[in-house]
Design a protein around this ligand. Structure first.
Ligand SMILES: *[C@@H]1O[C@H](CO)[C@@H](O)[C@H](O)[C@H]1NC(C)=O
Ligand SMILES: *[C@@H]1O[C@H](CO)[C@@H](O)[C@H](O)[C@H]1NC(C)=O
Ligand SMILES: CC(=O)N[C@H]1CO[C@H](CO)[C@@H](O)[C@@H]1O
Length: 441
């Protein structure tokens, strides 16, 4: 199995970094981070190879989202990953979909999904090949050399979202650096122009870039609505820790471009519940490679950071942890709430492998939401400091703070000042909400 996406490691040390404010890609995408489902780790049947997908699988998962409440809760993006294109027509130079997998074509599928209330997304690569073939014995052409034509084709078939990867001839060592930033700028421009041919310039096309951050750094918000900034995420607890450690690296050494409505840092796909198993006779809809505690941690950290949350497992067969997490109304509501800035990493205790993430919430941004994540072997309570972490210092004698366990949906009690000690399950996480509720006179 080839890696799904672009691997940036070799480039990091050679880039010049600039500190400038983020501008947003001006394509009309505004508002909260996307919620949805992707084909990438969802195996459709016993012939499963990542990323297998076809019309039947996509429609069945979409209908499951209608029936299990996901769509109603806001999971409205249905995204095809690297599995739909098959060749470039030599006469018209347009990309052609795999007709066996998608008998109705991309526009037929787009119409069907729009009719059910979903938004529709597809995938391409900015190099001359895509990163995978979706389990077929073919090389799938990328968009290099055809940015305008492809952008127009995608727009014409009615997409609402495009994942832009970077594979192909960039494997030539000297390939990526001189072209990476320019290509992303040109593609974003081509997509804007294609979108402008739509009636009333819309609906907008959400643009996700996989490698754009490594080339455009602090300018990434000008070329994308979401950007990856770490390695591919896998159904693996170590991979989850690595994803979160990328935030530590950024705050120490690299530019950290903050998210804002319409421009989101993306932790990559989520595999809560476990990806599907490959091939007969082992095929089952889920092969969990993590514990439920680990999946809870994954869900809580993705949501407090307001990463786009795209689930990539079989939602036709929801496991208990999937139902508990994905359909958690209060947490999904907080993830979608853009009144206050997105969560950030407040503290990382390297020795004890503990992370504290936080953001302000509430109509006045005066409450605090935190996630404490425990990757360690240590037996040690984690303390949240009202003063150090929230700056809640004033009139401390009079303030009473209520603490709520958001996952369990219960109030834990009150704390007056100082530290709040929270016990976190091994390899797990807790989400707490701190609200100043009363003043003692
Ligand atoms: C992509 O470019 C590489 C390097 O130039 C080349 O080896 C490969 O054949 C190209 N792929 C396609 C599909 O043209
Ligand atoms: C953190 O997890 C470890 C196991 O990985 C566990 O032994 C320890 O009790 C946990 N720490 C806290 C503070 O709950
Ligand atoms: C293995 C398994 O349980 N698969 C089921 C997943 O859900 C679909 C739709 O409900 C069923 O048809 C499968 O049998």
């Amino acid at each position: 199995m080839r890696a799904s996406c672009y691997t940036p490691l070799l480039l990091l040390s050679t880039l010049v970094l600039y500190l400038t404010p983020t501008e947003a890609l001006d394509n009309g995408v505004v508002g909260p981070p996307p919620l949805g489902w992707s084909t990438w780790k969802t195996c459709g049947d016993a012939s499963c190879t990542h990323d297998y997908c076809d019309e039947e699988e996509v429609k069945a998962n979409a209908l499951a989202m209608v029936n299990n409440g996901m769509l109603q809760l806001g999971y409205d993006y249905v995204l095809l990953d690297d599995c739909w294109a098959s060749y470039r027509d030599p006469a018209t130079n347009t990309l052609v979909h795999d007709g066996e997998r998608f008998p109705s074509g991309m526009d037929g599928l787009a119409d069907w999904l729009h009719n059910e209330g979903f938004k529709f997304g597809i995938y391409t690569s900015i190099g001359n090949e895509t990163c995978s073939s979706g389990g077929r014995d073919i090389t799938v052409p990328g968009s290099e050399g055809f940015f305008e034509i492809d952008a127009q084709t995608f727009s014409d078939c009615g997409i609402d979202y495009l994942k832009l990867d970077f594979c192909g001839n960039k494997k030539t060592p000297s390939y990526g650096l001189p072209r990476g930033k320019r290509y992303h700028e040109e593609f974003a421009q081509a997509l804007l122009e294609a979108q402008a041919t739509r009636e009333n310039n819309g609906p907008p096309i959400f643009l996700e870039v996989v490698a754009g951050y490594w080339f455009a750094r602090s300018d990434v918000g000008e070329i994308a609505n979401s950007w990856r900034f770490c390695e591919d995420h896998h159904d693996d607890f170590q991979s989850t820790e690595e994803a979160l450690l990328c935030l530590v690296d950024q705050s120490n050494e690299y530019i950290d471009v903050e998210s804002s409505p319409g421009a989101w840092k993306y932790l990559d796909l989520s595999m809560v519940g476990g990806e599907g198993c490959s091939g007969p006779p082992s095929f089952t809809p889920h092969c969990p490679k993590q514990t439920s505690a680990n999946y809870k941690l994954e869900f809580l950290t993705w949501t407090i950071l307001q990463s786009p949350y795209i689930i990539s497992t079989d939602v036709r067969n929801m496991t208990d942890i999937m139902t508990e997490a994905l359909l958690h109304e209060e947490i999904v509501g907080l993830h979608q709430d853009v009144t206050c800035p997105p969560g950030t990493l407040l503290r990382h205790d390297k020795l004890h492998k503990q992370f504290l993430f936080g953001r302000t919430i509430g109509s006045e941004c005066q409450e605090w939401l935190v996630v404490v994540a425990n990757f360690s072997e240590d037996d040690r309570e984690v303390s949240v400091s009202l003063k150090e972490d929230f700056g809640w210092d004033a009139a401390d004698e009079e303030v009473v703070v209520t603490v709520r366990d958001v996952w369990e949906g219960v109030n834990l009690g009150e704390v007056k000042s100082g530290d709040y000690e929270v016990k976190v399950e091994g390899g797990g996480a807790e989400m707490l909400r701190f609200t100043k509720t009363a003043y003692i006179s």
